[in-house]
Design a protein around this ligand. Structure first.
Ligand SMILES: CC(C)(COP(=O)(O)OP(=O)(O)OC[C@H]1O[C@@H](n2cnc3c(N)ncnc32)[C@H](O)[C@@H]1OP(=O)(O)O)[C@@H](O)C(=O)NCCC(=O)NCCS
Length: 241
């Protein structure tokens, strides 16, 4: 029998393909013994491909990668994150095809995050997170939804070889179950690319606040991420089902 740290309940099975071969994706909460693998995935694929990280070339900056890795692990420890796993009959260890790092957000938690990221060594990493926090700054969950506690997302990512299977969409839908299980009735997240915002829209999110890339500036008035391909960032939310 597998221990609870190595197996979690299947939330959904999604049928897809890889190199034209059929593949089954098992959407599950990420068990504790896969947190390091989840952080590896994020450092390999998310930091390389997410629009803001890509524009600042974070993946080639070891100090920034170390900061982000510590943040991913810190949030994963909260135990709410979900992934799409592919069984691997050869070595028995499933592959993480995609994941979404999730956390319980709220006024207290936001301050905790701030404290954690204030200790980042990399100014680049701090700048990237400022884009996200500035985009969400004016969103008042209490006012919109009547509760300040929400299920937040920090990085939706799919391994390039498994993209095109709607995994991102199914990971966003899995938030319904995670919210129910953890007493959270709303979800709020900043989406940084037109693709991820489109998926969020399909999953029932609506735009709560949108910021243009060129209006997000530092204390000197300089654009935070001038080379980012995304021209705007969207803070989106929905009531969980
Ligand atoms: C965002 C991401 C998770 C989506 O992966 P996925 O779930 O495999 O998404 P899919 O490839 O199935 O595409 C989803 C939709 O976007 C569309 N899409 C995909 N790539 C696109 C592109 N380059 N341009 C325009 N539309 C695109 C697809 O056509 C699909 O739309 P449809 O459902 O109407 O057909 C993945 O691209 C990724 O990991 N990106 C890097 C990290 C990132 O940016 N994360 C989001 C940060 S908020």
């Amino acid at each position: 029998m597998q221990s609870s740290s190595s197996s979690t309940k299947i939330l959904k099975i999604v049928e897809g393909s890889e190199n034209r071969k059929p593949v089954k994706f098992f959407i599950k909460e990420i068990p504790k013994n896969r947190y390091e693998d989840a952080a590896d995935h994020m450092c390999t694929y998310f930091l390389a491909d997410e629009a803001i990280c890509k524009s600042t070339n974070v993946k080639d900056d070891p100090v920034a990668v170390k900061d982000f890795r510590s943040l991913f692990l810190y949030v994963l420890e909260g135990g709410l994150s979900v992934a799409a796993f592919v069984e691997n009959p050869e070595d028995g260890k499933s592959t993480i095809a995609g994941l979404n790092i999730l956390y319980r957000g709220g006024k207290e938690k936001d301050l905790e995050f701030q404290e954690f990221t204030n200790n980042f060594k990399s100014e680049k990493a701090k700048r990237i997170l400022k884009v996200v926090s500035d985009t969400a700054a004016e969103v008042d969950a209490e006012k919109i939804y009547g509760t300040e506690n929400y299920l937040g997302g920090l990085g939706l990512s799919v391994d390039p070889s498994f993209r095109g299977n709607g995994i991102g969409y199914h990971l966003l839908l899995a938030r319904n179950e995670i919210g129910r299980k953890n007493g959270l009735v709303i979800t709020i997240t900043v989406f940084t690319s037109p693709i991820s915002a489109k998926i969020a829209d399909q999953a029932g999110f609506t735009i709560l606040c949108e910021k243009l890339r060129d209006e997000l500036v530092d204390e000197k008035g300089e654009i935070l991420v001038p080379n980012c391909q995304s021209e705007s960032f969207k803070c989106m939310g929905k009531r969980l089902e």
